[in-house]
Design a protein around this ligand. Structure first.
Ligand SMILES: NC(=O)c1ccc[n+]([C@@H]2O[C@H](COP(=O)([O-])OP(=O)(O)OC[C@H]3O[C@@H](n4cnc5c(N)ncnc54)[C@H](OP(=O)(O)O)[C@@H]3O)[C@@H](O)[C@H]2O)c1
Length: 276
């Protein structure tokens, strides 16, 4: 039996994962900005679930929730950096406050979660981070500069943490979903504060696309939860777990594009080393 710690367990992926973890027979520390949104897990499964308040923009709530969960469960096996939200709009239209808050939630906060768990993982000589990335970090869209940038940052920071902590038995997996039917578009998508009108054909078009697709996203978060559990249970988990047909096709297209660009510019970029 494993013990999980999940941020943003109030809805979407986090909630479905917590439910699947309980059904799998594991234990879970469900965390949320508002405790009331996760207390049902504790009421329904008092032997398997405990709830803690955690806001990714409030560092003290991260260290406190981690310390309390460690104390209550006597150890943690899987820490899931799931909490996050989108910021949609052209970079020029986003306010400084919006940019900072998004990076704090999607990048700095998850790094702090890893910092809080790493001493325990090292001491246990085991532990697995599951960090939610995004298809926007495979290749980005007009309108997602901050969100996609923060998720790409988390993905690459995760790669470094994986290399640093591997000698202590610590594993890291970045989960990369395409569009999934959660509350992400309806509730977790901050709109740029400004509207210059200069980006209606690019960032504006992407926002219209997202609004149209809401409720019809192909991805099933309950199936994603089962895939994440399978990865955690596997002997050799991947560093990247791409979820759903949309993201798989996107990742393969991006690989082809990278290869083609490397080939096309090799004669210019390659001969730039010292010759002796
Ligand atoms: N759905 C998709 O298509 C998709 C695709 C790629 C990546 N993702 C990623 O998947 C993760 C989960 O999103 P979702 O799709 O499940 O959307 P969701 O249903 O809207 O859930 C978002 C979760 O993040 C939490 N959250 C937001 N700000 C937070 C903060 N400051 N501190 C702690 N928790 C915070 C929310 O808590 P509250 O209830 O308190 O707001 C909620 O639990 C996010 O990291 C998102 O970027 C989603």
């Amino acid at each position: 039996m494993k013990t999980w710690f999940i941020t943003g367990a109030s809805s979407g992926f986090g909630r479905d994962l917590a439910a699947a973890v309980i059904a799998h027979g594991d234990r879970v520390a469900v965390t949320a900005r508002e405790l009331g949104k996760v207390e049902d897990f504790v009421q329904d499964y008092p032997l398997q679930a405990k709830a803690y308040r955690l806001d990714l923009t409030q560092p003290e709530t991260i260290t406190q929730a981690m310390a309390e969960a460690h104390r209550d469960f006597g150890g943690l096996d899987v820490v899931v950096n799931n909490g996050g939200y989108g910021l949609i709009g052209a970079l020029e239209d986003c306010s400084a406050e919006q940019i900072l808050r998004n990076i704090e939630t999607n990048f700095t906060g998850p790094l702090r979660v890893m910092q809080a768990a790493l001493p325990l993982f090292r001491e246990q000589k085991r532990g697995h981070f599951i960090n939610l990335g995004a298809a926007a970090a495979i290749s980005n869209y007009a309108g997602f500069s901050v969100y996609g940038g923060a998720k790409a940052g988390l993905e690459l920071a995760s790669e470094a943490v994986a290399a640093e902590a591997a000698p202590y038995g610590v594993k890291v997996t970045v989960v990369i979903p395409g569009p999934f039917r959660t509350e992400f578009i309806a509730r977790s998508l901050d709109r740029a504060a400004g509207h210059s009108g200069a980006y209606d054909a690019t960032a504006g078009k992407f926002l219209s696309f997202l609004e149209k697709v809401d409720g019809k996203q192909p991805g099933d978060p309950a199936a994603a939860a089962r895939a994440i559990i399978a990865v955690v249970d596997s002997e050799k988990p991947p560093f990247r777990l791409v979820l759903g047909k949309y993201a798989y096709q996107k990742a393969r297209r991006q690989l082809d594009k990278l290869r083609a660009e490397l080939d096309a510019w090799e004669n210019t970029g390659l001969p730039t080393d010292f010759t002796a």
